[in-house]
Design a protein around this ligand. Structure first.
Ligand SMILES: Nc1nc2c(c(=O)[nH]1)N[C@@H](CN(C=O)c1ccc(C(=O)N[C@@H](CCC(=O)O)C(=O)O)cc1)CN2
Length: 301
Protein backbone atom coordinates (compact mmCIF):
# COMPACT_ATOMS: atom_id res chain seq x y z
CA UNK A 1 0.00 0.00 0.00
CA UNK A 2 1.32 3.45 -0.92
CA UNK A 3 1.84 5.54 2.22
CA UNK A 4 -0.97 8.07 2.59
CA UNK A 5 0.37 9.17 5.93
CA UNK A 6 3.75 10.45 7.01
CA UNK A 7 4.98 11.56 10.37
CA UNK A 8 4.90 15.23 11.23
CA UNK A 9 8.08 16.77 12.53
CA UNK A 10 6.37 19.93 13.71
CA UNK A 11 4.78 20.37 17.09
CA UNK A 12 1.26 19.37 16.13
CA UNK A 13 -0.39 16.09 15.36
CA UNK A 14 -0.21 14.59 11.92
CA UNK A 15 -3.74 14.13 10.62
CA UNK A 16 -4.01 10.58 9.32
CA UNK A 17 -5.89 10.75 6.04
CA UNK A 18 -8.04 7.63 5.91
CA UNK A 19 -9.67 8.63 2.62
CA UNK A 20 -6.34 8.71 0.75
CA UNK A 21 -5.16 5.52 2.47
CA UNK A 22 -8.39 3.77 1.45
CA UNK A 23 -8.11 5.08 -2.13
CA UNK A 24 -4.50 3.85 -2.29
CA UNK A 25 -5.50 0.40 -1.03
CA UNK A 26 -8.28 0.19 -3.63
CA UNK A 27 -5.80 1.13 -6.38
CA UNK A 28 -3.51 -1.67 -5.18
CA UNK A 29 -6.40 -4.14 -5.25
CA UNK A 30 -7.49 -3.34 -8.84
CA UNK A 31 -4.74 -5.29 -10.65
CA UNK A 32 -5.09 -8.19 -8.18
CA UNK A 33 -8.82 -8.37 -8.90
CA UNK A 34 -8.10 -8.26 -12.64
CA UNK A 35 -5.55 -11.06 -12.17
CA UNK A 36 -8.13 -13.20 -10.35
CA UNK A 37 -10.59 -12.64 -13.18
CA UNK A 38 -7.98 -13.55 -15.80
CA UNK A 39 -7.05 -16.75 -13.96
CA UNK A 40 -10.58 -17.93 -13.16
CA UNK A 41 -12.80 -16.41 -15.86
CA UNK A 42 -15.05 -14.68 -13.36
CA UNK A 43 -14.82 -11.84 -10.86
CA UNK A 44 -14.65 -12.21 -7.08
CA UNK A 45 -18.24 -11.88 -5.83
CA UNK A 46 -19.58 -10.19 -2.69
CA UNK A 47 -23.17 -10.62 -1.46
CA UNK A 48 -24.44 -8.02 1.01
CA UNK A 49 -27.57 -8.63 3.09
CA UNK A 50 -29.44 -5.61 4.43
CA UNK A 51 -32.47 -6.21 6.65
CA UNK A 52 -34.66 -3.17 7.25
CA UNK A 53 -34.27 0.45 6.25
CA UNK A 54 -31.85 1.99 8.74
CA UNK A 55 -30.68 5.05 6.75
CA UNK A 56 -27.01 4.86 7.79
CA UNK A 57 -26.83 1.12 7.01
CA UNK A 58 -28.43 1.74 3.61
CA UNK A 59 -25.74 4.33 2.82
CA UNK A 60 -22.89 2.04 3.90
CA UNK A 61 -24.30 -0.87 1.88
CA UNK A 62 -24.69 1.32 -1.19
CA UNK A 63 -21.09 2.54 -0.84
CA UNK A 64 -19.87 -1.04 -0.49
CA UNK A 65 -21.56 -1.96 -3.77
CA UNK A 66 -20.23 1.11 -5.60
CA UNK A 67 -16.69 0.57 -4.40
CA UNK A 68 -16.77 -3.12 -5.30
CA UNK A 69 -17.81 -2.30 -8.84
CA UNK A 70 -15.14 0.43 -9.10
CA UNK A 71 -12.38 -2.15 -8.65
CA UNK A 72 -13.99 -5.02 -10.57
CA UNK A 73 -15.59 -7.04 -7.76
CA UNK A 74 -19.12 -8.29 -8.56
CA UNK A 75 -21.49 -7.15 -5.84
CA UNK A 76 -25.10 -8.16 -5.21
CA UNK A 77 -27.33 -6.53 -2.63
CA UNK A 78 -30.14 -8.46 -0.92
CA UNK A 79 -32.48 -5.99 0.74
CA UNK A 80 -35.12 -7.55 2.98
CA UNK A 81 -37.95 -5.82 4.83
CA UNK A 82 -37.47 -5.11 8.54
CA UNK A 83 -40.11 -7.71 9.48
CA UNK A 84 -38.31 -10.57 7.66
CA UNK A 85 -38.14 -13.65 9.88
CA UNK A 86 -34.85 -14.95 11.21
CA UNK A 87 -35.45 -18.21 9.31
CA UNK A 88 -35.76 -16.34 6.01
CA UNK A 89 -32.44 -14.59 6.66
CA UNK A 90 -30.85 -17.95 7.55
CA UNK A 91 -32.26 -19.50 4.35
CA UNK A 92 -30.76 -16.68 2.28
CA UNK A 93 -27.39 -17.11 3.98
CA UNK A 94 -27.55 -20.86 3.24
CA UNK A 95 -28.23 -20.18 -0.46
CA UNK A 96 -25.32 -17.73 -0.65
CA UNK A 97 -23.05 -20.21 1.14
CA UNK A 98 -23.82 -22.68 -1.69
CA UNK A 99 -23.45 -20.21 -4.56
CA UNK A 100 -20.29 -20.63 -6.63
CA UNK A 101 -20.50 -16.99 -7.75
CA UNK A 102 -20.36 -15.67 -4.18
CA UNK A 103 -16.98 -15.59 -2.40
CA UNK A 104 -17.88 -13.13 0.34
CA UNK A 105 -21.05 -12.75 2.43
CA UNK A 106 -21.69 -9.71 4.59
CA UNK A 107 -24.69 -9.23 6.86
CA UNK A 108 -24.99 -5.51 7.53
CA UNK A 109 -25.31 -4.73 11.26
CA UNK A 110 -27.31 -3.89 13.24
CA UNK A 111 -30.04 -6.44 12.47
CA UNK A 112 -33.61 -5.79 13.69
CA UNK A 113 -34.05 -6.80 17.35
CA UNK A 114 -36.21 -9.89 16.63
CA UNK A 115 -33.29 -11.52 14.79
CA UNK A 116 -30.55 -13.28 16.75
CA UNK A 117 -27.41 -11.67 15.32
CA UNK A 118 -25.11 -14.38 16.68
CA UNK A 119 -27.15 -17.15 15.06
CA UNK A 120 -27.10 -15.39 11.69
CA UNK A 121 -23.36 -14.66 11.82
CA UNK A 122 -22.68 -18.26 12.84
CA UNK A 123 -24.56 -19.45 9.73
CA UNK A 124 -22.17 -17.68 7.33
CA UNK A 125 -19.58 -20.06 5.91
CA UNK A 126 -16.26 -19.15 7.62
CA UNK A 127 -14.57 -19.25 4.18
CA UNK A 128 -16.95 -16.50 2.95
CA UNK A 129 -17.04 -14.51 6.19
CA UNK A 130 -15.48 -11.29 4.85
CA UNK A 131 -16.46 -9.42 8.02
CA UNK A 132 -14.38 -11.84 10.10
CA UNK A 133 -17.15 -12.14 12.69
CA UNK A 134 -17.62 -15.93 12.63
CA UNK A 135 -16.27 -17.69 15.72
CA UNK A 136 -13.95 -19.75 13.54
CA UNK A 137 -12.30 -16.62 12.16
CA UNK A 138 -12.32 -14.97 15.60
CA UNK A 139 -10.57 -18.12 16.84
CA UNK A 140 -7.88 -17.97 14.14
CA UNK A 141 -7.28 -14.35 15.11
CA UNK A 142 -7.17 -15.23 18.82
CA UNK A 143 -4.37 -17.77 18.20
CA UNK A 144 -2.46 -15.16 16.21
CA UNK A 145 -3.20 -16.56 12.73
CA UNK A 146 -5.79 -14.18 11.23
CA UNK A 147 -7.36 -15.32 7.97
CA UNK A 148 -10.22 -12.87 7.43
CA UNK A 149 -9.83 -10.16 10.09
CA UNK A 150 -12.69 -7.75 10.92
CA UNK A 151 -12.49 -4.80 8.53
CA UNK A 152 -12.46 -1.82 10.91
CA UNK A 153 -9.65 -3.02 13.18
CA UNK A 154 -7.72 -4.34 10.20
CA UNK A 155 -8.07 -0.87 8.65
CA UNK A 156 -6.67 0.66 11.86
CA UNK A 157 -3.64 -1.63 11.69
CA UNK A 158 -3.09 -0.66 8.06
CA UNK A 159 -3.17 3.04 9.03
CA UNK A 160 -0.72 2.46 11.89
CA UNK A 161 1.65 0.52 9.62
CA UNK A 162 1.48 3.22 6.95
CA UNK A 163 2.33 5.83 9.57
CA UNK A 164 5.64 4.06 10.05
CA UNK A 165 5.77 4.34 13.86
CA UNK A 166 7.33 1.33 15.54
CA UNK A 167 4.64 -0.74 17.27
CA UNK A 168 6.77 -3.48 18.84
CA UNK A 169 6.88 -3.17 22.62
CA UNK A 170 4.66 -0.06 22.69
CA UNK A 171 1.81 0.28 25.18
CA UNK A 172 -1.51 0.10 23.36
CA UNK A 173 -4.84 0.82 25.02
CA UNK A 174 -8.06 -0.19 23.30
CA UNK A 175 -11.09 1.54 24.80
CA UNK A 176 -14.12 -0.63 23.97
CA UNK A 177 -14.55 -4.39 23.92
CA UNK A 178 -17.03 -4.99 21.10
CA UNK A 179 -16.84 -8.06 18.92
CA UNK A 180 -16.70 -5.86 15.81
CA UNK A 181 -13.86 -3.55 16.87
CA UNK A 182 -12.45 -3.64 20.43
CA UNK A 183 -11.66 -7.32 20.87
CA UNK A 184 -10.24 -7.99 17.39
CA UNK A 185 -8.31 -4.69 17.56
CA UNK A 186 -6.59 -5.86 20.74
CA UNK A 187 -5.73 -9.21 19.11
CA UNK A 188 -4.27 -7.49 16.04
CA UNK A 189 -2.17 -5.12 18.19
CA UNK A 190 -0.88 -8.15 20.07
CA UNK A 191 0.24 -9.66 16.77
CA UNK A 192 2.13 -6.37 16.18
CA UNK A 193 3.95 -7.08 19.48
CA UNK A 194 2.31 -4.24 21.41
CA UNK A 195 1.67 -4.51 25.15
CA UNK A 196 -2.12 -4.42 25.02
CA UNK A 197 -4.73 -3.32 27.56
CA UNK A 198 -8.48 -3.32 26.93
CA UNK A 199 -10.64 -0.83 28.83
CA UNK A 200 -14.43 -0.82 28.97
CA UNK A 201 -17.37 0.79 30.73
CA UNK A 202 -16.41 -0.73 34.10
CA UNK A 203 -12.73 0.17 33.93
CA UNK A 204 -11.54 2.34 36.79
CA UNK A 205 -9.31 5.36 36.19
CA UNK A 206 -9.82 5.43 32.43
CA UNK A 207 -8.07 8.78 32.10
CA UNK A 208 -4.94 7.39 33.79
CA UNK A 209 -4.97 4.29 31.59
CA UNK A 210 -5.17 6.54 28.52
CA UNK A 211 -2.25 8.67 29.74
CA UNK A 212 0.01 5.58 29.69
CA UNK A 213 -0.80 4.63 26.10
CA UNK A 214 1.60 5.13 23.18
CA UNK A 215 -1.16 3.88 20.88
CA UNK A 216 -4.72 4.78 21.88
CA UNK A 217 -7.61 3.22 19.98
CA UNK A 218 -11.08 4.38 21.02
CA UNK A 219 -14.26 2.60 19.92
CA UNK A 220 -17.08 3.23 22.37
CA UNK A 221 -19.56 5.47 20.56
CA UNK A 222 -19.54 8.22 23.20
CA UNK A 223 -18.93 11.60 21.54
CA UNK A 224 -16.01 13.49 23.04
CA UNK A 225 -15.30 10.95 25.80
CA UNK A 226 -11.52 11.29 25.50
CA UNK A 227 -10.14 14.73 26.39
CA UNK A 228 -6.81 16.22 25.36
CA UNK A 229 -5.32 15.99 28.85
CA UNK A 230 -5.96 12.22 28.86
CA UNK A 231 -3.46 11.76 26.04
CA UNK A 232 0.21 11.01 26.46
CA UNK A 233 2.27 13.60 24.57
CA UNK A 234 3.44 12.02 21.31
CA UNK A 235 0.88 9.21 21.36
CA UNK A 236 -0.87 7.99 18.21
CA UNK A 237 -4.65 8.29 18.52
CA UNK A 238 -7.03 6.18 16.42
CA UNK A 239 -10.62 7.35 16.84
CA UNK A 240 -13.08 4.69 15.67
CA UNK A 241 -16.20 6.43 17.02
CA UNK A 242 -18.72 7.74 14.50
CA UNK A 243 -21.37 9.74 16.36
CA UNK A 244 -23.98 11.99 14.81
CA UNK A 245 -24.75 15.00 17.04
CA UNK A 246 -28.25 16.51 17.17
CA UNK A 247 -28.98 18.90 14.29
CA UNK A 248 -28.22 22.60 14.71
CA UNK A 249 -28.55 25.67 12.48
CA UNK A 250 -25.14 25.16 10.86
CA UNK A 251 -25.58 21.40 10.35
CA UNK A 252 -29.26 20.49 9.83
CA UNK A 253 -28.38 16.77 9.54
CA UNK A 254 -26.20 16.86 12.65
CA UNK A 255 -22.39 16.96 12.73
CA UNK A 256 -20.45 13.68 12.78
CA UNK A 257 -17.81 13.51 15.54
CA UNK A 258 -15.61 10.84 17.06
CA UNK A 259 -15.12 9.61 20.62
CA UNK A 260 -12.09 11.90 21.04
CA UNK A 261 -12.17 15.70 21.37
CA UNK A 262 -10.20 16.24 18.19
CA UNK A 263 -8.97 19.83 18.70
CA UNK A 264 -7.68 19.07 22.19
CA UNK A 265 -6.13 15.73 21.27
CA UNK A 266 -4.41 16.98 18.13
CA UNK A 267 -2.52 19.54 20.22
CA UNK A 268 -0.92 16.71 22.21
CA UNK A 269 -0.77 13.63 19.99
CA UNK A 270 1.88 12.76 17.43
CA UNK A 271 -0.75 11.63 14.94
CA UNK A 272 -4.52 11.28 14.99
CA UNK A 273 -7.36 10.05 12.78
CA UNK A 274 -10.12 12.58 12.09
CA UNK A 275 -13.85 11.76 12.11
CA UNK A 276 -15.08 11.71 9.42
CA UNK A 277 -12.30 10.79 7.01
CA UNK A 278 -10.18 8.57 9.25
CA UNK A 279 -10.95 4.96 10.05
CA UNK A 280 -14.41 4.82 8.37
CA UNK A 281 -13.23 4.80 4.74
CA UNK A 282 -10.68 2.08 5.58
CA UNK A 283 -13.51 -0.21 6.76
CA UNK A 284 -14.90 -0.46 3.23
CA UNK A 285 -11.49 -0.69 1.54
CA UNK A 286 -10.55 -3.57 3.87
CA UNK A 287 -13.85 -5.29 3.07
CA UNK A 288 -12.85 -5.28 -0.60
CA UNK A 289 -9.45 -6.67 0.36
CA UNK A 290 -11.09 -9.44 2.41
CA UNK A 291 -13.44 -10.28 -0.47
CA UNK A 292 -10.52 -10.72 -2.85
CA UNK A 293 -8.67 -12.75 -0.23
CA UNK A 294 -11.69 -14.99 0.36
CA UNK A 295 -12.05 -15.53 -3.40
CA UNK A 296 -8.35 -16.39 -3.71
CA UNK A 297 -8.54 -18.84 -0.80
CA UNK A 298 -11.70 -20.52 -2.10
CA UNK A 299 -10.09 -20.83 -5.57
CA UNK A 300 -6.93 -22.28 -4.00
CA UNK A 301 -4.66 -19.52 -5.37
N1 LIG B 1 -21.51 -6.15 8.79
C1 LIG B 1 -21.00 -5.00 9.25
N2 LIG B 1 -21.82 -4.09 9.79
C2 LIG B 1 -21.28 -2.94 10.25
C3 LIG B 1 -19.89 -2.67 10.12
C4 LIG B 1 -19.06 -3.66 9.55
O1 LIG B 1 -17.81 -3.52 9.46
N3 LIG B 1 -19.65 -4.82 9.12
N4 LIG B 1 -19.37 -1.42 10.50
C5 LIG B 1 -20.28 -0.33 10.77
C6 LIG B 1 -20.79 0.41 9.56
N5 LIG B 1 -19.85 0.56 8.43
C7 LIG B 1 -19.75 -0.47 7.57
O2 LIG B 1 -20.53 -1.35 7.49
C8 LIG B 1 -19.22 1.80 8.16
C9 LIG B 1 -19.34 2.87 9.01
C10 LIG B 1 -18.77 4.12 8.67
C11 LIG B 1 -18.08 4.28 7.49
C12 LIG B 1 -17.55 5.61 7.08
O3 LIG B 1 -16.83 5.72 6.10
N6 LIG B 1 -17.90 6.68 7.80
C13 LIG B 1 -17.56 8.04 7.45
C14 LIG B 1 -18.47 9.00 8.19
C15 LIG B 1 -19.92 8.73 8.04
C16 LIG B 1 -20.50 9.14 6.72
O4 LIG B 1 -19.84 9.76 5.90
O5 LIG B 1 -21.67 8.81 6.49
C17 LIG B 1 -16.15 8.37 7.92
O6 LIG B 1 -15.76 7.89 9.00
O7 LIG B 1 -15.48 9.12 7.22
C18 LIG B 1 -17.94 3.20 6.65
C19 LIG B 1 -18.51 1.98 6.98
C20 LIG B 1 -21.51 -0.87 11.49
N7 LIG B 1 -22.06 -1.98 10.81
Amino acid sequence: MKSAVALNTENEARIIDGRSAAAALCEDLKPRVAGFRARHGHAPGLAVILVGSDPASAIYVRRKGEQCRAIGIASTQHTLPAETSEQDVLDLVARLNDSAEVHGILVQLPLPPHIDTRRVLAAVSPAKDVDGFHVTNAGWLAIGKPTLAPCTPWGCIRLLRALGVPLRGKRALVVGRSVIVGRPMAQLLLIEDCTVTIAHRHSENLADLCREADILVVAVGIPGLIRGDWIKPGAVVIDVGINRLPPDDATPKGRIVGDVVFDEASAVARAITPVPGGVGPMTIACLLENTLRAAEMIAGD
